[in-house]
Write a protein that binds this ligand. Structure first.
Ligand SMILES: [Zn+2]
Length: 271
């Protein structure tokens, strides 16, 4: 019983308002008009797909551009931070070099005094002073050595970041150019397609258009009219089409609706 229910549901998923099923009986006044109407629907579908393509192209690019811009900004921030650190370190290196020279000179002056001193207490005190100055010089020298290493490390990181930035910036340049081109060309392209689309839509009655729009918006690939795929499958849901329906489709004199997905199926000859 559950299977029957399921099948029923699948057959009439869009029955609430206008569907291709509900317009099937009065789709055309004569069978000759069916083919023309089907062709119009199929062309309309093509124009809508082309318009969708333009919109999606435009829709993605601005996002990609802003992502790349944000990435470049982050890289620039890192480079600025490391450059600032290196300037600070260079300044401290100079200060410490100066300090080392001063300590060395002061120690030399004390050493010269030592020969003239006979008082052992004073001698010890000066020796202590020299020891301190030597230590100060050692500390300053050590700082200079370490800071130079840190600067080299930062420079290597900056170099890496610059390479990364170059790649991103080139990407950004290309995407921006693409977006500019799309903005320039798609406006005209979209105008032409929309005019074509509207002219086709005008040829169709309201109920047919309503059914078309309804199915288009309810299926994920936005195709309301599909052709036969691989000889015997619906080009929308890829379920098998029974032989009698295949004959009807090939005749182009009947409105054939896929019993599984509700799409109109047309002959591949219309491609
Ligand atoms: Zn189908």
């Amino acid at each position: 019983m559950a299977t029957t229910k399921k099948t029923k549901k699948a057959q009439t998923p869009l029955d609430q308002r206008e569907t291709f099923v509900s317009i099937q009986k009065n789709f055309a006044d004569s069978s000759d008009m069916v083919e023309e109407k089907l062709r119009t629907l199929y062309e309309l579908q093509k124009a809508d797909v082309a318009i969708d393509k333009i919109l999606s192209r435009r829709g993605l690019l601005p996002e990609e551009v802003s992502t790349l811009e944000a990435e470049v900004e982050v890289i620039n921030g890192k480079i600025a931070r490391l450059t600032e650190l290196n300037s600070g370190l260079t300044l401290s290196i100079n200060e410490n070099k100066q300090k080392a020279v001063e300590s060395e000179e002061a120690a030399a002056r004390y050493r010269a005094q030592l020969n003239a001193i006979s008082n052992s207490r004073e001698y010890d005190s000066i020796e202590k002073e020299i020891e301190n100055l030597d230590l100060e010089k050692q500390i300053a020298d050590k700082f200079v050595g370490e800071a130079k290493m840190k600067i080299a490390e930062n420079k290597a990181t900056i170099e890496e970041l610059n390479q990364k930035k170059e790649v991103r910036a080139e990407d950004l340049r290309i995407k921006k150019e693409e977006l500019d081109n799309i903005a320039k060309t798609t406006a005209e392209e979209e105008k032409v397609l929309t005019a074509k689309r509207n002219a086709l839509a005008e040829k169709l009655d309201e109920r047919t258009m309503s059914a078309y729009e309804r199915i288009r918006s309810s299926v994920h690939n936005h195709l309301a009219v599909v052709s036969v795929f691989n000889e015997n499958a619906c080009g929308g849901c890829f379920n098998t089409i029974i032989p009698q329906r295949l004959i009807d489709i090939a005749s182009m004199k009947k409105l054939v609706i896929c019993e599984h997905c509700g799409r109109i199926i047309v002959s591949p000859q219309m491609d």
